[in-house]
Design a protein around this ligand. Sequence first.
Ligand code: SAM
Ligand code: SF4
Ligand code: F3S
Length: 456
Amino acid sequence: MSFEILKPYLDNSINKKKIFIKTFGCQMNEYDSNRIYDTVKKIGYEKTDKYENANCYLLNTCHIRDKAKEKVYHEIGRVKKIFRSKLKPLVIVAGCVAQAEHEEMLKREPYIDLVLGPQAYHKINDTILEHQNKKKREEETEFDAFAKFDYLSKIKNQSNKISSFLTIQEGCDKFCNFCVVPFTRGPEYSRPFDQILEEAKQLVLSGSKEITLLGQNVNAYDFEGSRLSDLILELEKITGLKRIRYTTSHPRDMTDDLIDVYKKSKKLMPLIHLPVQSGSDKVLELMNRKHTIKTYIQIYYRLKKINPKLAFSSDFIIAYPGEDEKDFKDTLKLIDEIRFINSFSFIFSPRPGTVASNLLTIDRNKSLDRLKVVQKKLVHNQLKVNKSIENKTIKVLVENRIKDKSKLFGRSEYMTSVLFDGADNLIGKIVNVKIKNSNQNTLFGYVIDSTNEKVA
Ligand code: SAM
Ligand code: SF4
Ligand code: F3S
């Protein structure tokens, strides 16, 4: 083929606008990053997984812990180096650090072109085009969840994954004393019921078999009186959707109707991620958590009574200001009682602007020692649970083949990763896998047969 014939195609591929997104933080940021890809397609950007090929580099940031802001500037420094001998890409900082810092970022780092808060993604195309025309550096950090989701609902969610995220609720009104989320994501907002159903149907049509409903307070979902429980039962009716999950919940919003859904639903998975943060009522009060250990344990036993196979996972903040040895022991006691699987634990990190930011922190070494003890206990439980599955057969939703192509990857009903041998035509199916070995995070086995039933 001559060069003349190929030229238009070559030019086209060279001129193609490519966007690379680096995502930090929670699943809601992952959902947002995917929706940003869907959105910027409209103005000609295509996704690239190779950051060095990008002419738009977007950092979707998280502000929840540690030196979040410094990490962003460090990352920008890295991008500068990568592109030193190339054309500078359009650099966009989005997400929760962008919301918290906004114009400060543009002042401090001239390499950043645009700053977009998490509720302003519906404006991304206009903001980019405006920038390209006028070369104006801008920040968009208004809270406008309604406009964001109204806009996004008109753009197809192209997750194209077997397991997809679907944000149904944004923001938080609870103001735990340690947390930045109410400041970075704004007030609680629930998306319209029908808008969510539409997006779910579309996801299933494009191949999703599992949907995880997302929200910073997902079980606070309330759209004109319709609750998370109603949504789950409605989603249940979608043919082709096999599994439903939701995260992250607050113990205060574990209402009777939601607990009852575990009696009714055939598709709701048996792992409940319900962050408790501490096992001490005194610390929960200091944190302004608005729930007690007694109510937490009651929720646990009510759910266990409905289905003994239900399991809990949690988040813990260790060494919160004011946590003494007794409080810490109460957390260990709670872990012994609930036997959480797959939990997250972190040392308290003071966040700017929060009530707890000015409190006296606990000695670093003591905090680290407590964290180690908690993590040892959590890992011990996790290993024990995984070991108990060896030689048993479990149901796995097959998601893909791992990078080196050697094994299929899927997840158990409890979200544990499972690796096993099998053919590509099992992807998207629920299969019976006999587990032979396990470690802390993964189960290893082989396929017995494929099925569509649910056991737990
Ligand atoms: N809404 C959820 C809840 O109320 O449980 C939590 C959402 S938050 C995005 C995720 C987790 O980050 C929290 O459960 C908490 O354990 C952790 N986290 C939040 N702020 C923190 C801080 N200042 N220091 C350490 N961990 C923190
Ligand atoms: Fe943060 Fe969750 Fe508390 Fe809201 S309820 S302030 S998101 S920890
Ligand atoms: Fe981080 Fe924002 Fe999520 S602070 S955890 S990305 S809501």
